[in-house]
Design a protein around this ligand. Structure first.
Ligand SMILES: Cc1cc2nc3c(=O)[nH]c(=O)nc-3n(C[C@H](O)[C@H](O)[C@H](O)COP(=O)(O)OP(=O)(O)OC[C@H]3O[C@@H](n4cnc5c(N)ncnc54)[C@H](O)[C@@H]3O)c2cc1C
Length: 394
């Protein structure tokens, strides 16, 4: 564990690790096969205050600082093998609750945040569209001003994490495509709003216990009071949500790296071939050393970001580099874990599921290529393209 964590943060780490071992791993194999969200796990996480970790205490959250939040999430990732549940929790917190914290009116905060923190409400972030992925603000969802001063939303959103179980959606739509970014606004939309429908849960490679679907909006009317920030603040809302999500979403991944490493060390000690533990073979041992090295670099980058954020820095470049490095590490080390376990690692189980779960990290919250574009721009390189610009304005 990071020696610079305070005693309180270490105690929290131990508490959450024990909690996760005890409460969150049951039936994982069958839930993964069925793509079933763990309501039990969600409720247990909520009892511990995890859905509102970073939300200010006055709205029902834990009000944790960045490093404490990272320690809590790392512990969760270490103790909980249900990476999908943790992904849902992260999407809810960073892209659902925090935009309301940062941009919501007092009325919106009072209305939604207590429920989002105690877990009675689940949030989703609906930005991506069939033709707007990395170039997310090329969106075509429309918001038309109505006579009563509200908005009517029309369009389809794809890849909406948590949608099948969500109560509230942060939806991005444009009132005026001609104004490009300036025309995009973000709206808080309740699930039961007439005109909003949630599509069938989609299947995916990994993170299967985190449900995902499309949402469709047809004459979906929302009052102006559901706007996040002033009209046209969609880009700022998106940037703020992505900045937080990229900084924190892979803290649990660092915990998963530790978990996988320990499992590989144990396996390499116990599994014998040619009359000796396979860990005696340099090829195996060196692979595991590589895993340890990448765990260290990932953890250093993660907490470096945490300390910068707690000290009030923007940390734009560090956040991007950490997201890029940890996600690439997750995939590399998950492949190594399969290799160390040989045929057993290829069978349905922890190593196999870990690899499938890891791959998404190179895509969600901006692909690895997009992270590199952002980093290049922050270094004064790369094209000042529209799709790059949107990712660095915050
Ligand atoms: C597990 C998961 C959860 C998600 N959850 C949500 C969610 O809750 N809400 C939501 O709105 N979206 C969500 N997404 C969508 C996600 O944000 C997009 O998948 C992602 O931004 C990439 O967009 P795309 O899939 O359309 O790929 P594309 O943009 O079509 O990219 C395809 C390939 O081209 C590359 N590429 C594209 N543009 C460039 C460029 N300028 N330079 C270099 N390479 C480029 C990409 O890196 C990628 O390799 C989720 C995705 C996943 C996998």
């Amino acid at each position: 564990m990071d020696p610079w964590l305070t005693q309180e943060q270490r105690d929290l780490y131990e508490t959450i690790t024990r909690f996760a071992h005890r409460e969150l791993n049951d039936d994982l194999q069958s839930r993964d096969e069925q793509g079933a969200f763990s309501w039990h796990g969600w409720k247990k996480c909520a009892e511990l205050g995890l859905p509102g970790l970073a939300v200010p205490a006055e709205y029902g959250g834990a009000g944790a600082d960045a490093v404490t939040t990272m320690a809590a999430l790392e512990a969760l990732g270490y103790g909980c093998r249900d990476n999908g549940l943790i992904f849902s929790l992260n999407a809810h917190l960073w892209a659902g609750a925090m935009p309301i914290v940062k941009f919501g009116t007092e009325r919106l905060k009072r209305r939604y945040l207590p429920g989002l923190c105690d877990g009675s409400l689940i949030a989703s972030h609906a930005l991506s569209e069939p033709e707007a992925g990395s170039d997310a603000l090329a969106l075509t969802a429309r918001a038309t001003l109505t006579a009563d001063g509200g908005y009517e939303l029309t369009g389809t959103k794809t890849f909406v994490t948590n949608a099948p179980v969500a109560d509230v959606f942060i939806v991005f739509a444009s009132t005026d495509p001609a104004r490009r970014f300036a025309g995009v606004s973000a709206y808080v939309v309740d699930r039961d709003t007439p005109g909003l429908s949630v599509g069938k849960q989609v299947g995916k490679l990994g993170l299967r216990t985190s449900p995902m679907s499309e949402i469709h909006m047809e004459h979906c009317r929302v009052p102006a009071s559901q706007l996040l920030g002033p009209p046209g603040a969609g880009l700022a809302v998106f940037n703020a949500a992505m900045r937080l999500e990229r900084a924190f979403i892979l803290a649990a991944g660092v915990g998963a790296l530790r978990r996988d490493l320990e499992r590989c060390v144990e396996h390499a000690r116990l599994r014998r071939q040619y009359g000796r533990p396979i860990g005696d073979f340099q090829a195996v041992a060196h692979r595991i050393v590589g895993m340890r090295l990448r765990l260290e670099t990932s953890r250093l980058l993660l907490y470096h970001v945490g300390r910068l954020l707690d000290a009030g820095h923007d940390a734009a470049l560090e956040i991007t580099l950490a997201k890029l490095h940890i996600s690439e590490t997750l995939v590399t080390s998950a492949l190594d874990a399969v290799q160390v376990h040989g045929g057993a690692g290829y069978l349905t189980g922890d190593a196999e599921r870990g690899l499938r779960d890891a791959v998404g990290s190179r895509i969600y919250s901006g692909t690895s290529e997009v992270q590199q574009n952002i980093a290049a721009r922050l270094l004064g390189l790369g094209l000042p393209e529209r799709q790059d610009r949107k990712d660095v304005i915050a």
